[in-house]
Design a protein around this ligand. Structure first.
Ligand SMILES: [Zn+2]
Ligand SMILES: [Zn+2]
Ligand SMILES: [Zn+2]
Length: 93
């Protein structure tokens, strides 16, 4: 189940994807399983089932706390600080 909110979530975040796929995987010609979008900056990264784990890597690099699933129809997000699933959110695409 979801937590509704956490204090890392702010209302003025704009879900504007910076890329159509995982930016790092695209750069290295790799493939991904699922995509995640960073709610702070719109970075697109791959999920933890993908070898690159670039969404998680993005958090470690930037400390942007919240990502959301970028899969069609998915409504959940994840707070890396709280290690909790949050939402529901409107689908990111
Ligand atoms: Zn949080
Ligand atoms: Zn990736
Ligand atoms: Zn970010």
């Amino acid at each position: 189940m979801y937590e509704q909110r956490c204090e890392h979530l702010t209302e003025d975040e704009v879900l504007k994807p910076k890329a159509e796929g995982c930016e790092e995987c695209l750069k290295f010609g790799q493939t991904w399983v699922e995509l995640r979008i960073c709610r702070t900056c719109g970075h697109i990264g791959c999920c933890d089932s993908t070898p690159g784990k670039h969404a998680t890597a993005h958090y470690h690099e930037t400390k942007h706390p919240i990502m959301q699933s970028f899969e069609p129809g998915d409504d959940w997000g994840w707070c890396y600080e709280h290690r909790k699933r949050i939402g529901p959110f409107p689908s990111a695409r």
